[in-house]
Design a protein around this ligand. Structure first.
Ligand code: NAG
Ligand code: NAG
Ligand code: NAG
Ligand code: NAG
Ligand code: NAG
Ligand code: NAG
Ligand code: NAG
Ligand code: NAG
Ligand code: NAG
Ligand code: NAG
Ligand code: NAG
Ligand code: NAG
Length: 567
């Protein structure tokens, strides 16, 4: 038996539990190459000033059997002997290598409880892989100016089958501003609209603990919360929320209504329907919601789809900003207050935490504020279903809006802030072949606006998710699973502040087609092809596009450019 297993291990294969199609799949091991594969996520390069960075190496660690252990910590010290203390850009760099066989693992990087990066590891090959994630962390610059504790949690399991150990380096690069630039990002100018917060308060779990610093939301009634206090002279606050979904909710857009499950007792699907909403509340009142982008991790659906081009957002999960300024008046009272997180329809498990970015009035010891009005439309769900046995169609549409206003009186005057969120969601699902085939077509439109008498900003996001999977069962627990996927992340941003206005557009779309042949519990062969189109443009005439495709680990074409397309 053992020798049969060993000889099979030399082929490309997966070990997989047979039934559920969309499950998170273990990796392939292969001996077909002798070189290290470099994985990457397609995104625009970070705009850097033409200066030499001051770099600080923060952590080196080998993540072996780390599951359920305390996060790995290291002392962070700001760079010394840097010729300038005025930085245009600060970049976090995560570099990792791994070889053997391992699952994709979720991980987080925190600085004194403030999350800097939520990400997923790449799945190794026998011959080794490497990857690098660079993230612009300039918005955290106030935190980066003093000594802090860096923490990384990456829960990995190592045994005789899953041998991959993740070797990781974390460093931070500080790019001094170009001399000729008058911008001064280190010290905030006395201007209402300066870009970065003066203080960042972590809304995460405290060390020590044996897991990530994120809260774990296990079901639809689970509410996780954290107390905080805010300085008396705050005049603006934004809550930046980190979200990832796992296990029974890893593929939440494919989850079926419970009525379907109870009528048929299918084990091929997860329940609670395909709609999820992250709800953020302050002292018990809703302040905002998030309808998240459907990140597919590097082992999702068919791992061959994500090699070497990884899924949109999988190496740097998107975060979501909730404007808190309209509510500041309620928290400027030297008393502790509570942020809480919950997820509508959640199944085990969601990892959520947040950073409260706070702007302080240098000229006042005390600011004042008042929460004025709020208009929340309840989540309005319409579900149309038509099924017989295990076949059928389900159409789920949801809308929601949240509008809040409040004023803050500071040295800038008495300013009213109005924050509006509007959401539309539609999910169309077809289940055929008695559950062996599923098609999901989902789109989320997410409009966020914040305006004051002096400025306004708007973000319009559109997240699309399409998955078709089809399984042909053969004898002896063998099957062929075919799957097509489309992921789309589009965002348009418009900022107006006084005489300055800026706008940008990102269009990022990925298509994948894959096939795996499973015999017994082993995938004996498989293939996957991915095509991606990335387009970015802004009114500063910064443009970037990349048109790339891979198949079976090989890049088929790769066109990259910096010219603006004529639209
Ligand atoms: C981490 O840094 C050390 C020291 O510079 C280097 O020897 C090692 O190869 C690096 N590892 C990775 C995964 O980059
Ligand atoms: C920050 O850490 C460095 C290196 O450990 C140490 O020399 C320095 O005294 C620390 N600074 C403060 C303000 O604690
Ligand atoms: C940034 O501001 C600080 C404090 O106001 C000042 O000392 C420094 O010279 C400024 N740097 C630049 C490049 O303007
Ligand atoms: C939901 O999760 C919470 C936290 O784990 C738990 O206390 C509660 O019993 C769960 N509720 C249900 C209905 O499972
Ligand atoms: C599904 O399981 C539940 C609980 O075991 C049972 O009450 C129900 O009758 C089953 N439905 C079908 C269609 O078998
Ligand atoms: C429900 O599905 C059946 C079988 O596909 C079809 O004949 C029927 O017209 C559908 N009903 C509705 C209301 O769409
Ligand atoms: C759901 O929304 C889609 C797309 O906007 C629309 O075509 C469909 O008619 C809606 N269905 C229901 C049940 O409201
Ligand atoms: C479900 O659809 C398949 C074809 O996709 C058909 O063979 C099967 O009989 C249908 N099952 C039921 C209960 O109607
Ligand atoms: C949601 O749909 C409504 C009605 O079609 C439309 O007026 C609104 O602009 C949409 N909102 C977003 C965020 O797409
Ligand atoms: C899946 O992708 C293949 C290859 O591009 C295509 O031929 C097929 O029509 C697609 N099927 C569906 C249902 O999306
Ligand atoms: C990928 O592998 C499959 C199965 O070996 C093969 O049919 C297909 O042609 C390969 N694709 C490319 C682009 O090499
Ligand atoms: C797995 C299962 O229970 N399938 C049943 C679903 O419902 C149809 C019709 O009621 C049955 O024929 C299936 O056996």
């Amino acid at each position: 038996m053992a020798s049969t297993l060993v000889s099979l291990l030399l082929l490309s294969y997966y070990l997989i539990s047979v039934a559920p199609l969309r499950r998170h799949l273990p990796p392939i091991a292969t001996t077909s190459t002798t070189t290290t594969t470099t994985y990457f996520e397609v995104t625009k390069p970070i705009q850097l000033p033409n200066t030499k960075p001051c770099s600080t190496h923060v952590l080196s660690h080998d993540f072996g059997y780390t599951y359920g252990s305390p996060p790995v910590t290291a002392q962070y010290t700001p760079p010394s002997n840097c010729p300038s203390n005025t930085f245009d850009k600060i970049v976090l760099q995560w570099t990792a290598t791994c070889e053997g066989r391992q699952f994709d693992r979720i991980f987080g990087v925190w600085l004194s409880g403030v999350e800097l990066l939520r990400s997923c590891t790449a799945e190794p090959r026998a011959t080794g892989i490497q990857w690098t994630v660079k993230k612009d962390i300039t918005r955290y610059h106030s935190l980066l100016q003093t000594n802090q504790t860096l923490a990384v949690y990456l829960g990995n399991l190592v045994d005789e089958t899953y041998t991959g150990i993740y070797h990781v380096n974390v460093s931070i690069h500080f790019y001094p501003a170009e001399n000729k630039k008058l911008r001064n990002l280190t010290v905030n100018s006395n201007h209402l609209h300066h870009q970065w917060a003066d203080l960042i308060i972590p809304i995460s779990r405290n060390l020590p603990l044996n897991s990530g610093l994120w809260f774990e939301i296990q079901n639809s009634t689970d509410v996780q919360s954290k107390q905080f206090m805010i300085p008396q002279n705050a005049y603006k606050a934004v809550l930046e929320v980190y979200v990832s979904f796992h296990e029974k909710d890893e593929f939440w857009p494919t989850n079926v209504p419970n009525e379907y499950l109870s009528d048929n007792n299918s084990t091929a699907f997860e329940g609670n329907g395909p709609f999820r909403e992250v709800v953020i509340s302050l002292d018990g009142g809703v302040v905002g919601a998030i309808w998240p982008f459907t990140v597919v991790y590097t082992g999702g659906v068919n791992p061959l789809l994500w090699r070497p081009i990884t899924g949109i957002g999988s190496f740097d999960l998107p975060t979501y900003d909730i404007e808190i300024t309209p509510f500041l008046g309620s928290v400027l009272n030297k008393k502790p207050h509570v942020f809480a997180f919950s997820v509508t329809n959640a199944l085990n498990v969601w990892y959520i935490d947040a950073n409260l970015h706070v702007w302080l009035d240098e000229k006042r010891e005390k600011t004042y504020g008042k929460f004025l009005t709020q208009n929340i439309s309840p989540v309005h769900v319409s579900l149309a279903s038509n099924y017989t046995g295990m076949n059928g169609t389900f159409a789920t549409n949801v809308t929601r809006s949240i509008k809040s206003t409040g004023w803050v009186k500071s040295s800038f005057g008495k300013i009213v802030t109005e924050s509006t969120q509007e959401f539309n969601y539609s999910n169309f699902m077809v289940i055929a072949k008695d559950g062996a085939s599923q098609l999901v077509d989902q789109i989320i439109d997410f409009d966020d606006r914040v305006s004051t008498s002096a400025d306004s900003k708007q973000s319009l996001k559109s997240f699309s998710f399409y998955l078709w999977s089809d399984t042909e069962y053969e004898r002896n627990r063998s099957f062929v699973q075919e799957a097509n996927i489309t992921l789309g992340f589009n965002e348009q941003k418009i900022v107006n502040s006084g005489s300055n206005s800026s706008s940008s557009v990102v269009e990022n779309i990925q298509n994948g087609q894959g096939l795996i042949l499973v015999k017994g519990n082993l995938v004996v062969s498989g293939l996957g092809s991915t095509q991606q189109m990335y387009n970015y443009g802004d009114n500063n005439k910064l443009c970037y596009f990349r048109n790339i495709s891979s198949s079976n680990y090989t890049i088929i074409y790769d066109k990259e450019g910096h010219t603006c397309s004529k639209k």
